[in-house]
Design a protein around this ligand. Sequence first.
Ligand code: 4FN
Length: 229
Amino acid sequence: MKIDILTLFPEMFEGVFSSSILKRAQEKGLLQLTTHNIRDYTDNKHKKADDYPFGGGAGMVMMAQPIFDCMEAVQQGEPVHRILLTPRGKLLTPKKARELAKMDRMILLCGHYEGVDERVSTIIDEELSIGDYVLTGGELPAMVLVDCVSRFIPGVLGSEQSAEDESHSNGLLEYPQYTRPAVFRGMEVPEILQNGYHAKIEQWRYEQSMQKTKEMRPVLLGRFGKIED
Ligand code: 4FN
């Protein structure tokens, strides 16, 4: 899959895209990530990409012209799924991420300042949000989207850490995990995990997942088993 990202701050993506699983996915040729600086498409000598809002009010609005020109240059007239990351979008869910993972190409547009000129919505196919909080830009949401969509592209995760792994796809929180040593600063790993009876361990993990979810995120239980719907 090829993902192009339109942003005023391409440098924000460098560390995330050149590390860990996203780095390996690109080296394997499964994923192609390219950032484009919207400022390079401004048509004024000051390279200004934002302006005052019509009607007044605080802050600045991203201008339509550099975004349209950047989108047209990147899209090259081809059919590409264009997504705007915005707080007014539909919530990004595991189901949506799995659907997006089937796409050949996507273009992500990141807003900044107080937002983007509304006319940009005419060159957008879908608006998505990663959750309800005030942010300074759509760049972090774009990184979140790339990360969680990539997990569903076949071959991106190793066979032992598949995206369909029960611990991620059953909609419950994860059970407590431990690694060596068996005793650390007087704290011992639960007996049942050290004994190694597989069926007993599975049962314990399920109970722990249930209990933790009830305690910390009870709302998730309403969606239990329905996360893939
Ligand atoms: N945010 C809210 C209400 C009004 C504005 C914001 C806000 C970045 C350009 C958008 C935020 C959160 C999740 C993009 C928030 C997201 C953004 C996202 C985002 C600068 C304008 C802005 C939801 C709290 C009621 C700033 C809430 N997912 N405006 O954050 O881009 O994708």
